[in-house]
Design a protein around this ligand. Structure first.
Ligand code: ATP
Length: 460
C-alpha cells in the first residue's frame, strides 16, 4: 500500500529526511531543511543527473554560475516584464490565490483536467464565474480583480538601498548558461550541437507555495541548455525527451506514475516550437515534474540584443553564421526527490501478520548503501572493522542498539538496500549475512567479497 502525504511528511521528519525549516522559531512558511538522510538522497539525485547528462553525454559540459546577476539579464530574459502570476484575493476572508491554480485545483477535485497555461485574465475570470468556483477557505464567491504579481525576489547589492543597487535572486539557472554561451563555446572548443548543464538554487516568491517540497520559494534546479542548428531542433527535442525518460524510469519511477503531456498550440509560449511536461502522479494529483522545451533562438537573440554582443556561432566547415536553437530540459531537484519518495514508500503486510514501512528507492539514490549490524555488542570490534573498510568506498550506517528486527525496520524506512549482520560465526569463518531490503532474503557472503557485492548492486 502506498503512503499518503501526511504519512510521508511524518516519516521523513522522524527519520531525518526532511525537517520543517526554522522549527524552533515557529518555522518559516514552506521552508524545509534536509536532514542527514535527506541530504544524501538529494546529493545522489544530483550526482546521478550529472553522471547521465554530463559525464556520459558526449555533447554536454557543466557550469556553476552565480545566483546574483547583472539585472539587465532579467530584462533580456523577460523576467522583469513577464514573470508574473495572476494574483486574486477573496474579499471576504482575504485569502490569496493564484487564479490559474484555483481553476486547476477545482477541476482536479471533480476529476477533470483543465490546463490554464497561457490564458488571459479575462478568460480565467470568466471561467471562475461560469463554474461558480467558491473560495476554498470560506465558501464566499466575492473576489478582487486579477492582478499580475512578479515572482522575483529583490535584494540590494552594496551599502545603499536605492533602486540603482537593486538586484534579484535568480528565478532559474538557465540564464547563467545563456550569458556564458560564447565563453564556454570558445573555452571548450565544442561544436554545435552541444549542451551546457547546471545544478543550483533558484528563488521564486510563489503566491501559493505548498504540497510539501513540491512548490517552495527556494529550490534547486537541474537544467540543460542544448544548442543545435535551426531546423534540427525538433529531432533533438525528441532525443532529449527520450533521454530524460530513460533516466527517470531507469532510477525506478513506475511507468504508471509518469505521463508525458505535450503542450497544445494555444498553450505554447510564443517562442517555443514544442514543449512537453513530464508529470508525476503525486498523492495530491498529477503535477509537473520536468519541463522540456524547444526554445528556438529566443534566449540567445534576446541577450544579443540587450548586451550588444554577437552571440552567433560560426560553422567551422561551411563558415555559415547563425544563432543556435536551444532545447531545455528543466527539472526541480526537490520536486523529483518528492517523486522518488512518493514512488518508493510502501506499507507492506508481512506473512507473520506484522507490517513494515519500506522506502523502495533505487540503491544508487539511497542514503546508505548498507548498514552494519552486530548481533550483540560483544561483536562490536569486528563490526567496526567491517564498517571502517566499507566506509572508504560508500556511505555506510552502523547500528548496534535494540533488537535486530527493530534495526531492520529502521533501515527499511530510510531505504538502505542491504543490512549486513555480524554474528559469532563471523569470527570463525569471516562471513556475514546480507539481507535484501525488498525481498528480505538473506545470503551468506565472505567479508572479502562484501564490498564488490554491494558496489555491483548499487551502481546505476
Ligand atoms: P509552475 O507552473 O508549476 O509554477 P513552471 O512551469 O513555472 O512551474 P518552470 O519555470 O518550467 O516551472 O520550472 C522548471 C522546473 O523547476 C519545474 O518543472 C519544477 O520541477 C521546478 N520548479 C519550478 N518552480 C518550483 C518551485 N517553486 N518549487 C520547486 N520546484 C520548482
Amino acid at each position: 500500500k502506498e503512503l499518503n502525504m501526511n504519512e510521508i511528511v511524518s516519516i521523513c521528519k522522524m527519520r531525518g529526511i526532511i525537517f520543517p525549516g526554522s522549527e524552533i522559531y515557529g518555522g518559516l512558511a514552506n521552508s524545509w531543511d534536509y536532514g542527514p538522510i535527506g541530504v544524501e538522497i538529494k546529493n545522489n539525485i544530483k550526482k546521478m543527473w550529472w553522471k547521465k547528462f554530463v559525464q556520459e553525454s558526449p555533447f554536454n559540459v557543466g557550469i556553476d554560475s552565480a545566483i546574483l546577476m547583472n539585472p539587465k539579464t532579467w530584462e533580456a530574459s523577460g523576467h522583469v516584464g513577464g514573470f508574473n502570476d495572476p494574483l486574486m484575493d477573496c474579499k471576504n476572508c482575504k485569502t490569496r490565490y493564484r487564479a490559474d491554480k484555483l481553476i486547476e485545483d477545482n477541476a482536479h477535485a471533480k476529476g477533470e483536467d483543465v490546463v490554464v497555461d497561457g490564458w488571459e485574465n479575462e478568460k480565467m475570470l470568466a471561467y471562475i464565474h461560469e463554474h461558480q468556483i467558491k473560495c476554498p477557505n470560506c465558501g464566499a464567491f466575492d473576489y478582487t480583480d486579477i492582478r499580475q504579481f512578479n515572482l522575483m525576489f529583490k535584494t540590494f547589492q552594496g551599502v545603499t538601498e536605492d533602486s540603482a543597487n537593486q538586484i534579484y535572486l535568480r528565478p532559474e539557472t538557465a540564464q547563467g548558461i545563456f550569458v556564458n554561451f560564447a565563453n564556454i563555446q570558445r573555452a571548450s572548443r565544442k561544436k554545435i550541437p552541444f549542451g551546457i548543464a547546471q545544478i543550483g538554487k533558484s528563488f521564486r516568491n510563489e503566491i501559493t507555495p505548498g504540497n510539501y517540497i513540491f512548490r517552495t520559494r527556494e529550490f534547486e534546479q537541474m537544467e540543460l541548455e542544448f544548442f543545435c542548428k535551426p531546423g534540427e531542433d525538433l529531432e533533438w527535442f525528441d532525443y532529449w525527451k527520450n533521454y530524460c525518460r530513460d533516466w527517470i524510469l531507469g532510477l525506478g519511477i513506475k511507468e504508471e506514475n509518469l505521463r508525458l503531456r505535450d503542450h497544445s498550440d494555444d498553450e505554447l509560449s510564443h517562442y517555443s516550437n514544442a514543449t512537453t511536461d513530464f508529470e508525476f502522479k503525486f498523492p495530491f494529483g498529477w503535477g509537473e515534474l520536468w519541463g522540456i522545451a524547444d526554445r528556438t533562438d529566443y534566449d540567445l537573440k534576446q541577450h544579443q540584443e540587450h548586451s550588444g554582443k554577437d552571440l552567433k556561432y560560426t560553422d567551422p566547415m561551411t563558415n555559415e553564421k547563425y544563432v543556435p536553437y536551444c532545447i531545455e530540459p528543466s527539472l526541480g531537484v526537490d520536486r523529483v526527490m518528492l517523486a522518488f519518495l512518493c514512488n518508493g514508500f510502501e506499507n507492506e503486510e508481512l506473512e507473520d501478520g506484522d507490517s513494515r514501512t519500506v522506502l523502495k528507492i533505487h540503491p544508487a539514490l539511497s542514503s546508505f548503501k548498507c548498514a552494519i549490524l552486530p548481533l550483540t555488542k560483544k561483536l562490536k570490534d569486528k563490526a567496526l572493522e567491517v564498517y571502517a573498510d566499507l566506509a572508504k568506498e560508500f556511505m555506510v550506517d552502523y547500528d548496534e542498539a535494540g533488537s535486530i528486527g527493530k534495526r531492520y525496520r529502521r533501515q527499511d524506512e530510510i531505504g538502505t538496500p542491504y543490512c549486513v549482520t555480524i554474528d559469532f560465526d563471523t569470527l570463525e569463518d569471516n562471513t556475514v549475512t546480507i539481507r535484501d531490503r525488498d525481498t528480505m532474503e538473506q545470503i551468506r557472503v565472505s567479508i572479502d567479497e562484501l564490498s564488490s557485492y554491494i558496489k555491483r548492486s548499487v551502481t546505476y
